[in-house]
Design a protein around this ligand. Sequence first.
Ligand SMILES: [Zn+2]
Length: 154
Amino acid sequence: MIIQRHFYYGKRQAQILHTRLRTQCSSLNYDLYQKNITDSPMCRCGSIENLQHFLLNCPYYHDIRQDLLQTITQIPEANVQLLVNGNINLLLYGNKSLTYEINIKIFHAIQSYILRSKRFYLDSIDNIDVHVRSPVDAWFPIGIHLTDISPFQV
Ligand SMILES: [Zn+2]
């Protein structure tokens, strides 16, 4: 399995929140409700607070959403795909048919939206400043680096 390079883009806190949304492990009420952590999936605006609602529909984030959509619509290759039936996969995953440069523009825009929404609480562990790990390092547990592995070990 090859993890595409753009998944390593972004500030640590934004990466964590973006990933939680992607994997349905966020603190959106619908995600919490699905795991029996809350007793209601509803948003404070009165709709079900699922991922699509948070990203595309909730009136509380109307202003920052305009910035997000403006950025996306300025990327011709991305724009066409985003507008297909309100598909949010582009915002969650990027698209491997697009270049790295375009994918990180998309990731930057959506991660900015996530942070600016102030919807998600980051606990103190999340705020530890983890040094940037390269895609190669990511294959090894934290604390073990390629240089620690002797080429003579079998
Ligand atoms: Zn809402």
